[in-house]
Design a protein around this ligand. Structure first.
Ligand code: HEC
Length: 346
């Protein structure tokens, strides 16, 4: 049992990696990832039609803003714990030494997704005919009030997985402000554990995404249901040690916005603070998500001069849970600076 040996050797490593013992105070996640390989030209698509349930955000003219291509790939059951275990994943030792996922893997997503979606690796229940990756052209902008992210996605030909009958597609962004070191290093993998629902050690539990720091103890099988004391969790939350997610749930002709946080679980906020606008394009969607730069308690303040980490996920073909496409982490700043994305002032 190779996994068991790894568990004993690396047990403490699952909770807090040596290189990430302290949260990054200044929010400087400059190492979050190499710049995206290609900068795709702005698409002269039709303006997104407003279809948001939440309060309306003003429309941004995206035509003058350069987009960058991000490839989202199908990850199968490749969890945080899997990625940290040397006998399972060749990148584990270097990751533990401080090399981020994106430094090795950005540019390889298409091939990785092809391997994983086929069932050759980390996927016991492959969906027949599912593409291994989706390319997105992503742009950011802000005005005096709000941050906006715009995604043009090409879904390809998606079989209907019949997991989410209501929404054909869900487009999600995860956001951190440097308070969650593993998000800066591994993006969404900071929340993806071996014992989530539909993951190898999920065993029928309805466990949603969580951060390792919320658990009393972590192992190769994840953290289970034993949480740290409530006052510790409250301290983490007060200190901003949680991730935010912004989501657009899409079906023919409409976009429903959702948002929430991840700390000890994925918790959806009601009412949603995020707005979503979307319109179908030839073979995909054009989606804009936004929220106020300062939304108040329970939200991260979005300010110039600070580096943020973003990660993207797309559920296509009526999928749910882990049957999505994900990106490696990217960095984001407002106005100017060194990052994968610079949100221009409009
Ligand atoms: C030092 C480079 C390196 C780093 C850092 C690294 N990996 Fe890997 N990764 C590899 C190599 C090499 C393979 C292929 C062989 C293997 O699995 O051991 C791989 C394979 C994978 C695979 C399986 C897909 C495939 O094509 O085999 C996934 C998924 C993956 N890595 C995710 C991650 C994640 C998530 C992180 C960060 C937590 C990460 N990797 C960090 C080098 C790296």
């Amino acid at each position: 049992m190779k996994a068991f040996v790894a568990t004993v050797a690396l047990l403490s490593g699952f909770a807090v990696l040596p290189a990430m013992a302290a949260p990054q105070g200044g929010g400087d996640s400059g190492k979050a990832g190499a710049p995206a390989k290609s900068a795709a030209p702005a698409k002269a698509g039709a303006p997104a039609k407003a279809a948001a349930a939440a309060p309306e955000a003003p429309a941004i003219d995206w035509s003058g803003i350069a987009g960058k291509e991000v490839v989202l790939f199908y990850p199968g059951q490749s969890s945080w714990e899997w990625a940290l275990t040397q006998s399972d994943h060749g990148g584990a030792p270097k990751f533990r030494e401080g090399k981020n996922c994106g430094e090795c893997h950005i540019g390889e997503e298409k091939a990785m997704g092809g391997t994983l979606v086929s069932g050759k690796k980390n996927e016991p229940t492959p969906i027949a005919g599912k593409p291994g990756s989706i390319a997105a052209t992503i742009k950011f902008a802000h005005d005096a009030q709000r941050l906006y992210v715009h995604l043009d996605i090409a879904e390809g030909s998606q079989p209907d997985a019949k997991q989410d009958p209501k929404f054909a597609t869900k487009v999600t962004m995860m956001l951190d402000d440097g308070k969650v070191a593993e998000a800066g290093r591994a993006g969404c993998w900071g929340t993806c554990h071996e014992d989530l629902v539909t993951m190898p050690s999920g065993e029928g539990a309805e466990r949603t995404k969580y951060l390792a720091r919320s658990r009393a103890k972590m192992s190769r099988q994840g953290g289970g249901d034993a949480l740290k004391p409530a006052e510790d969790l409250a301290k983490f939350r007060a200190n901003g040690e949680f991730l935010e997610y912004w989501q657009a749930k899409l079906d023919a002709g409409s976009a429903q916005a959702a948002n929430g946080t991840v700390l000890e679980k994925r918790a959806e906020a009601t009412p949603a603070a995020v707005t979503a606008q979307a319109s179908p394009t030839n073979g995909g969607w054009s989606v804009t998500l936004s929220r106020k730069l300062t939304q108040g308690d329970g939200y991260k303040d979005i300010v110039a001069g600070k580096t943020y980490t973003v990660g993207f996920a797309i559920h296509a073909g009526h999928t749910a849970r882990r049957f999505h496409y994900v990106s490696f982490a990217r960095s984001l700043v407002l106005d100017q600076g060194t990052a994968d994305f610079v949100a221009a002032a409009k």
